[in-house]
Design a protein around this ligand. Structure first.
Ligand SMILES: NC(=O)c1ccc[n+]([C@@H]2O[C@H](COP(=O)([O-])OP(=O)(O)OC[C@H]3O[C@@H](n4cnc5c(N)ncnc54)[C@H](OP(=O)(O)O)[C@@H]3O)[C@@H](O)[C@H]2O)c1
Length: 282
């Protein structure tokens, strides 16, 4: 018996990285899974891997661009067609965008906001209505980031998109606490996936020493979801860093984030310290 027997999970961003690992773990725990992303062939590979490792797994694949205005609604329609019930929503699809704010293209910033913020909100809204209506025990797991804990120069748009996901999840978890829908938020730190390549970040060897695997992060996320934990950070070092942000003024944590980033990103002048912050409101 798996702990999610009888559940049906929609996992966005399941064609690679953390989403693929979350889908594999949920399938291994008994849930039927609906894998969602744009690249059909990658989704088919994840589907084949799940079928190979979990006998009798039920796996559907939906190719969908969630950064379009119609993407989220069409996914909900497809996942609930014919009266099918969804009891788990994993809002994992997300992209980073690294570099100076003014040097980034507006089109890329807009797509990021559409995917990381608007699609997450719309999918949560539509699927929680569906879950509240069918009344079965249900879960929403939103994937944020440790970037949600402080301002991160170089991630001026991405970071706040993840702060939104974290605050949104916490507020919704509170509002829905007496219903059949439990909301959790997973905040990974640096994880070995396609994320950095997509974000335009070249990480050096130092970075890889601190990174977790997608499987490690997925294990933390699924456990948090099962236990109804509202907010969880994956990894001991990430937990410590996230906690430390509470102890310092925000200008200092932004400076520290910039310094740490320079240590791990190749093309920004490795190890070169920025000017320390000069006081500020914190
Ligand atoms: N890796 C890290 O260091 C890290 C740290 C903190 C938080 N996170 C968060 O973890 C989540 C998963 O990222 P990851 O690290 O696993 O990166 P990843 O390997 O790049 O995976 C991103 C997933 O999102 C999908 N996706 C991207 N654009 C999409 C769109 N327009 N419509 C539908 N799906 C789309 C991608 O699939 P297609 O390209 O096939 O569409 C892919 O499956 C993200 O929300 C990210 O912000 C990652």
């Amino acid at each position: 018996m798996g702990e999610f027997d009888g559940h049906r999970a929609v996992v966005t961003g399941a064609s690679s990285g953390i989403g693929a690992a979350l889908a594999r773990r949920l399938a291994a725990s008994g849930a039927a899974v609906v894998l969602v992303a744009r690249r059909r062939e990658k989704l088919d590979e994840v589907r084949a891997a799940i079928l190979a490792e979990t006998a009798g797994a039920a796996v559907e694949v939906v190719s969908c661009d969630l950064a379009t205005a119609e993407g989220p609604a069409s996914l909900v329609a497809e996942a609930t067609a014919g009266g099918a019930r969804v009891t788990i929503l994993v809002n994992n699809a997300g992209v980073g965008l690294y570099g100076k704010f003014r040097e980034q293209r507006w089109e890329d910033q807009q797509r990021l906001l559409q995917l990381n913020v608007v699609a997450v909100t719309e999918l949560t809204r539509r699927f929680t209505e569906h879950m509240l209506a069918h009344g079965e025990p249900s879960y929403v797991l939103n994937v944020s980031s440790t970037a949600a804990f402080q301002a991160t120069p170089g991630f001026a748009v991405y970071g706040p998109s993840k702060s939104y996901v974290r605050d949104f999840s916490e507020a919704l978890a509170f509002e829905l606490r007496k219903t059949n829908v439990q909301v959790s938020c997973l905040c990974p730190g640096a994880t070995v996936t396609e994320f950095s390549d997509v974000a335009g970040q070249v990480l050096n060897d130092r970075a890889h020493k601190f990174m977790l695997s997608a499987e490690q992060v997925a294990k933390v996320g699924v456990k948090a979801m099962r236990k109804g934990r509202v907010n969880v950070v994956s990894g001991g070092l990430n937990k410590t860093n996230a906690f430390m942000t509470r102890l310092f003024p925000r200008r200092v944590t932004a400076w520290a984030a910039d310094f740490a980033m320079r240590k791990v990103v190749s093309e920004r002048g490795e190890g070169e310290a920025p000017s320390p912050p000069d006081g500020g409101e914190g």
